[in-house]
Design a protein around this ligand. Sequence first.
Ligand code: ADP
Ligand code: MG
Length: 141
Amino acid sequence: MAVEQTLSIIKPDGVEKNVIGECFRRFEKGGLKIIATKMVHLDQAKAEGFYAVHKERPFFASLVKFMTRGPVVISVLEGENAIQKNRDIMGATNPAEAAEGTIRKDFASNIEENTAHGSDGPDTAKFEIGYFFDAGEIHSR
Ligand code: ADP
Ligand code: MG
């Protein structure tokens, strides 16, 4: 299995619930390394660009409003099979369907305010990491 990098966002609801450290602990305990991280308050254009793939979805405007209502913590995670591993640690998009012990099961309020984002594949991960980080801000180790 290959070492991968993936983009993680602790969304505004996660920051509001003060579970940044708890999410980081789960990433590290799950075998992932945090190789870049920062707190950012996204503006509308940055959030719209990030979620451009969803721009035709009925929830797009609401999602952008949510993602810009407060700061988020954006990180690059690295490890064996990191993309799927992070998604397993997060759980299903809808917290009502998320497995026990996952971030979304434990902290998400609903399908929109679901605490965490994780890239869904290698191409998306590459785009998303480049969308937020310069190469010099990433410390692969
Ligand atoms: P995931 O984040 O699990 O990859 P998607 O890529 O399908 O899920 O959706 C992106 C984000 O849009 C979700 O994490 C969630 O915040 C929001 N979202 C998805 N589906 C809905 C929905 N039906 N209603 C409201 N918000 C949604
Ligand atoms: Mg997605």
